[in-house]
Design a binder for this molecule. Structure first.
Ligand code: IPE
Ligand code: IPE
Ligand code: MG
Length: 264
């Protein structure tokens, strides 16, 4: 997508236009990962039940996916439910699962129209059967699409992902199908949920928390972290544009001494 096309979509909002102008389209992050946080606080500040915060957060997901696709990003991965989130009250968990189903049902057409390939990062098998069915349908019906790779991280945690990888490698070694002396970073990377994606360049966290909460631990080794106090249900296109504009001002050194240290 060209700058003009992006501007057409953005319309007359001057602040957003200025942000688009500030973005260098040749240096976009390839993969943006987002820890969507603050739904509960958003609801609380309005004297609403927590689930209303999650419901409002769906609109932010929609807006973020649309903007990412229009900008021409390769991948967007959003943390929607961690393995630790099972600790929450059952009505909140089932409410979240219901919203997930609804999201796929309502958005599948739009994802398809926008050439977006949908995926899940995490233990899909551990989700309720009806939710799994809906997600698998979304995955199957967008599998051939070639635009933005949009993934929901669900029933995901970085430590459990890595633990699974270690277990599988050990089993392969025991079975004699893998020579342990050949294990390198690629051996691990190939077995991650994100094996098909570039590593995240930019990690966004909303609601001001300065932690990674077990998200993509291996993958974010060199991601630029951008934290905003904005609560997830208030996150909109301009925030993503701002994050990208700020990302482009960072000097990525990868342990070297110049900004040129591109590992590509
Ligand atoms: C993020 O919002 C959504 C999920 C973790 C499912 P929270 O529900 O964590 O909102 P806060 O952190 O309580 O405000
Ligand atoms: C992180 O948010 C997980 C998701 C966004 C799904 P949490 O609200 O669960 O994380 P903590 O508890 O603040 O670390
Ligand atoms: Mg939270």
């Amino acid at each position: 997508m060209t700058r003009t096309q992006v501007l057409e979509v953005i319309g007359s909002d001057r602040d957003e236009q200025a942000l688009v102008d500030a973005i260098d389209f040749d240096r976009l992050p390839r993969h943006v990962a987002v820890i969507m946080d603050g739904n509960g606080r958003w609801a609380k500040s309005r004297f609403l039940p927590r689930l209303e915060g999650h419901r409002a957060g769906v609109e932010s997901v929609r807006s973020t996916v649309e903007t990412a696709a229009r900008l021409g990003l390769e991948a967007l991965t959003v943390y929607a439910f961690s393995t630790e989130n099972w600790k929450r009250p059952t009505d909140e968990v089932s409410g979240l699962m219901g919203l997930l189903k609804l999201y796929i049902r309502r958005e599948l057409k739009t994802l398809q129209t926008n050439n977006i390939r949908f995926g899940v990062v995490g233990g899909l098998d551990g989700l309720p059967k009806d939710v799994q069915d809906e997600l698998r349908r979304g995955i199957a019906e967008t599998a051939h699409l070639t635009g933005l790779q949009f993934s929901l991280a669900l029933n995901y945690s970085g430590r459990s992902e890595l633990t699974d990888v270690v277990r599988r490698i050990a089993l392969e070694a025991r079975a004699g199908t893998l020579d342990p002396t050949t294990i390198d970073e690629a051996t691990i990377e190939k077995r991650l949920f994100t094996a098909h994606l570039p590593e995240p360049d930019l990690l966004i966290r909303t609601s001001g928390e300065l932690r990674v909460s077990n998200f993509l631990l291996w993958q974010i080794a060199y991601a630029e972290i951008w934290v905003t106090d904005v609560l997830w249900p208030d996150f909109r296109r301009r925030h993503l544009l701002q994050a990208i504009a700020d990302f482009q001002k960072r000097e990525r050194r990868y342990g070297g001494i110049t900004a040129a240290g591109s590992r590509a």
